[in-house]
Design a protein around this ligand. Structure first.
Ligand SMILES: *[C@@H]1O[C@H](CO)[C@@H](O)[C@H](O)[C@H]1NC(C)=O
Ligand SMILES: *[C@@H]1O[C@H](CO)[C@@H](O)[C@H](O)[C@H]1NC(C)=O
Ligand SMILES: *[C@@H]1O[C@H](CO)[C@@H](O)[C@H](O)[C@H]1NC(C)=O
Ligand SMILES: *[C@@H]1O[C@H](CO)[C@@H](O)[C@H](O)[C@H]1NC(C)=O
Length: 203
């Protein structure tokens, strides 16, 4: 898939006259639909990252930290994140944080994008692991409304990939690259409802 994208892009770049700047983020080069992943692409939404109804092993830890977002063209999003939080008093004890949620998103005329986990609020999970704390492993539900004040998609010629730059209240988020389209996601439905039998699995 990536290979196909790369060759498509190389072909497009070879035949279009002007050289695209290394980080041309001046317009939406493509649609938001798909799976986007930061850095080396270690964190990707979908079943390779999260198994939220499995309390014993709700996450498959990626090889590296990062963030990932997926969007469908019918209004659903999924988010995955793996990071370390530094501990100033114990520099040898960073806390590992993995989190996952899904829900619906909306695009607004002022170019903001909002993501609302409330339709599936019981599905999201966050797990923290502090190797130096007596309670080393804590798993709780997670549902956090998220706002991107703005976002743009350009072409990054260094990576030969579509690049998504989102800006939230803290400033620029890590740039993410289009990994796969259509997106890799868990079912865009209440997993809690499917799991507890209140929503039928298939028609
Ligand atoms: C953009 O629009 C959204 C949705 O209407 C709103 O919540 C947000 O405050 C607006 N942002 C700005 C900077 O006006
Ligand atoms: C990118 O696309 C979104 C959704 O169509 C639109 O709201 C936004 O204005 C576009 N941004 C730019 C810079 O074209
Ligand atoms: C830092 O580590 C200590 C020892 O494990 C722990 O008690 C404390 O809560 C940690 N602080 C933060 C901010 O995580
Ligand atoms: C089953 O899932 C539904 C949908 O998320 C939820 O509203 C309901 O509270 C759940 N019931 C139980 C017993 O967990």
């Amino acid at each position: 898939m990536l290979r196909t994208l790369l060759s498509t892009l190389s072909a497009a770049l070879a035949f279009s006259a002007p050289l695209v700047a290394a980080q041309d983020i001046t317009s939406n080069a493509t649609s938001l639909t798909g799976t986007w992943s930061s850095g080396s692409g270690a964190v990707v939404t979908g079943p390779s990252f999260a198994d939220p109804m499995n309390n014993d092993r709700p996450f498959i830890y990626p090889s590296n930290t990062g963030i990932s977002y997926s969007f469908t063209d019918d209004g659903y999003f999924e988010m995955a994140q793996y990071r370390f939080n530094a501990n100033a008093s114990r520099p040898d004890c960073p806390t590992a944080v993995v989190l996952w949620q899904h829900g619906t998103y909306a695009l607004h005329p002022n170019n903001s994008l909002t993501m609302d986990p409330s339709p599936f609020a019981m599905d999201g999970r966050v797990q923290t692991q502090n190797p130096c704390s007596p309670t080393t492993n804590v798993l709780t539900e997670f549902a956090q409304f998220e706002v991107w004040n703005s976002w743009k998609i350009g072409i990054d010629t260094n990576h030969a990939a579509y690049a998504l730059q989102a800006v939230d209240v803290n400033g620029k988020k890590p740039r993410m690259f289009l990994t796969v389209r259509p997106p890799t996601m868990l079912p865009t439905a209440s997993l809690t409802g499917i799991f507890n039998g209140s929503i039928p699995l298939s028609p």
